[in-house]
Design a binder for this molecule. Structure first.
Ligand SMILES: Nc1c(/N=C/[C@@H](O)[C@H](O)[C@H](O)COP(=O)(O)O)[nH]c(=O)[nH]c1=O
Length: 364
């Protein structure tokens, strides 16, 4: 007999299958079980389309009556772009609803559960809650702060370099790791690099490696608009490119860029682009997840702005040495080792011949 946990794990797997497709909505999965038999399954596939519960109820039909529903996120109780799921579960006669986590939106948290209970439905909450929260770390951050969840991704040699002293960097990591990075791009609403990376690598920042996926919005941090007009990100038409600059930028250059329908945002008259302001602006533009691919100046700026939610570092078993070779985080740096930014919930995973280390910075 499958336990509550096993059915919820199945619902979580269904939810995760739509990773990268549902923004700015969360990933949600639902499994309907009756007398020990799965009678319906569903996942939310795209914002504006049917919610997971509705998909599962459609599959179950009349078998939903008296069934138990396992849902990875509290059923919605308000009219968004689709009718409330709590009502649909009640109308189909579902007897018990097992919920992994309550809705993180403070405006609706607990309302769906309350509606179900008022209608006489048994409700259990907190089954696989930690896994459900980890799965929707992006949605939770975005809905509670209004800013994108920021992941800094870096790739370095074993001796901590992101390029040789001459700037050569292709490639540090192997095919598998780079393919995985392109999947990360698919999963993110936007990808950010500094203008130094554009000058050094002329990157495309698109999701090209198999199995492909959507191209994120390309965000370039460029304090004085040094970006070359013939840069790939300005000419390849593969994805929107937004530039964040300051009031110090050359007005003619700004007009040239805007003529090419490049969106240019100024974060004010500070010496550098204000990361806080950049994130607030991206949030207003409904960007719920941001992949920062450096380089070292940008990564350091995000670190000093305490604006990193997650770090994903690929370490390749290669050595290039060079005291002038750039490292993942540049800038002045932290003076005392005791003040180092530690990561928590760290995972270590071999990807091809490279080591992937992921974790969540602990901001004291
Ligand atoms: N050099 C490497 C990376 N380099 C990352 C950035 O510095 C590159 O400019 C960016 O990925 C280029 O984007 P593209 O044009 O779309 O391919 N990142 C990696 O994971 N492994 C590397 O070996």
């Amino acid at each position: 007999m499958m336990e509550h946990r096993e059915y919820m794990e199945l619902a979580l797997k269904l939810a995760a299958a739509a990773r990268g497709q549902t923004s700015p909505n969360p990933m949600v999965g639902c499994v309907l079980v009756k007398n020990g038999e799965v009678v319906g399954m569903g996942a939310h596939l795209r914002a504006g389309e049917a919610h997971a519960e509705v998909q599962a109820l459609r599959m179950a039909g009349t078998k939903a009556k008296g069934a138990t529903a396992y849902v990875t996120l509290e059923p919605c109780s308000h009219y968004g772009r689709t009718p409330p799921c709590a009502d649909a579960l009640i109308e189909h006669g579902v007897q018990t609803v097992v919920v992994a986590m309550l809705d993180p939106n403070p405006l609706v948290a607990g309302r769906g559960v309350a509606k179900l209970k008022e209608a006489g439905v048994n409700v259990l909450t907190g089954i696989c809650e930690a896994e459900a929260k980890r799965l929707n770390e992006v949605f939770i951050t975005f809905i509670t702060t209004g800013r994108p969840f920021v992941t800094v991704k870096t790739a370095m040699t074993l001796d901590g370099k992101v390029a040789t002293y001459s700037g050569s960097s292709r490639w540090i990591t192997g095919e598998e790791a780079r393919r995985e990075v392109h999947r990360m791009r698919h999963e993110h609403d936007a990808i950010l690099v500094g203008v130094n990376t554009v000058l050094a690598d002329n990157p495309q920042l698109t999701t090209r490696l198999s199995p492909g996926g959507k191209n994120p919005i390309r965000v370039i941090v460029d304090t004085t608009l040094r970006i070359p007009m013939d840069a790939n990100v300005l000419t390849d038409g593969q994805a929107p490119t937004w530039i964040f600059t300051t009031e110090h930028a050359d007005r003619t250059k700004r007009a040239q860029l805007e003529e090419k329908r490049i969106r240019v945002f100024s974060t004010g008259d500070g010496p550098k682009v204000d990361i806080d302001c950049l994130l607030a602006t991206l949030g207003e533009q409904q960007v719920s997840s941001l992949l920062v691919e450096g380089g070292s100046q940008i990564n350091s700026a995000f670190l000093h702005a305490r604006a990193i939610n997650k770090v994903v570092a690929y370490v390749a078993p290669k050595l290039v040495a060079g005291q002038n070779a750039p490292t993942p985080f540049g800038g002045l740096g932290i003076e005392e080792m005791a003040d180092a930014i530690s990561l928590m919930d760290v995972s270590f995973e071999k990807v091809g011949n490279d080591m992937k280390i992921s974790g969540y910075p602990v901001w004291r």
